[in-house]
Design a protein around this ligand. Structure first.
Ligand SMILES: [Zn+2]
Length: 270
């Protein structure tokens, strides 16, 4: 799966959510009017009633819960989503000059939880499950908390280096006594960079975003997370997927060169 900016959007309109279905790989997850329940929060309702004259639609605060179903025939994949809802006002120009621009109010859904969550990027199967799981957790946090999500991505990088057996500590002898000192992530990435310079740099850049996520006062922007995932996606491509692709092409080339025929023709001869 190629990097898909569309998956990272945090605002949804109406019922056509069009999230690619991971079960069948061909359909898209959509909602329907009857499958979304949306209501105004008690606080918003109370504020509106206490001062109706000064109430503006933009003050509206709601909550929603919805079921998304795959639109491919026979798939049957359903996921749940919940979150906040707000009202957005868009001015649209109409052609009658006497009426001027008209305002359209639409309910916007801001998801905070998908269950089960979908993959924001493809994770190579070669990465062991306990480590992959850390990245799945970051996908859940993406919808909930930017800083926590970045922190989780940083944790994933750390575990990935463990799996590559990049040293975690060094032995230091001081006043005749030997002791082990833990290496910070920065130093460990530098160690890794000695063997894979191009890939090490990507991990280092991701680490800087992760570090910012650990200092909550900074407040990461959504785009920072998209950047981190985009870099991680490229890392996976270079470190894993390209090898698989090369292997497949090598095999295919070898078969065709050997038989001097397209594969379909060789098969038919059997
Ligand atoms: Zn499906």
């Amino acid at each position: 799966m190629a990097f898909n900016d569309f998956l990272f959007r945090k605002k949804y309109y109406g019922y056509k959510w069009s999230i690619p279905c991971e079960v069948c790989g061909s359909g898209e997850l959509q909602s329907e009017e009857k499958k979304i329940q949306e209501w105004e929060t008690f606080e918003s309702y109370a504020n509106r009633n206490s001062d109706p004259e000064n109430w503006e639609s933009e003050y509206y605060e709601g909550a929603f819960i919805a079921e998304l179903s795959c639109d491919a025939e026979g798939c049957g994949n359903n996921i749940a989503v919940s979150g906040q809802s707000i009202v957005e006002i868009t001015d649209i120009e109409i052609h009658d000059p006497e009426d001027g621009p008209q305002a359209i109010e639409s309910v916007i859904y801001l998801p905070r939880n998908f269950s089960p969550v979908f993959n924001l990027i493809e994770i190579p199967m070669e990465i062991e499950f306990p480590i992959r799981k850390i990245l799945y957790k970051s996908f859940e946090l993406y919808w909930l908390d930017n800083d926590a999500c970045a922190n989780k991505i940083r944790q994933f990088v750390e575990s990935l280096l463990d799996s590559y057996r990049v040293k975690k500590r060094i032995r230091v002898v001081k006043n005749g006594t030997a002791k082990y000192i833990s290496l910070p992530l920065h130093k460990r990435i530098e160690e890794y960079t000695k063997t894979r310079a191009d890939l090490g740099e990507i991990l280092m850049a991701i680490k800087w975003i992760g570090n910012a996520g650990s200092h909550h006062s900074l407040g990461l922007e959504n785009q920072d997370l998209v950047d981190a995932y985009r870099m991680l996606d490229h890392f996976f491509e270079e470190a894993y997927f390209i090898k698989t692709k090369r292997k497949k092409i090598k095999q295919l080339t070898k078969t065709i060169l050997k038989t001097k025929k397209p594969v379909s023709k060789s098969k038919r001869k059997k």
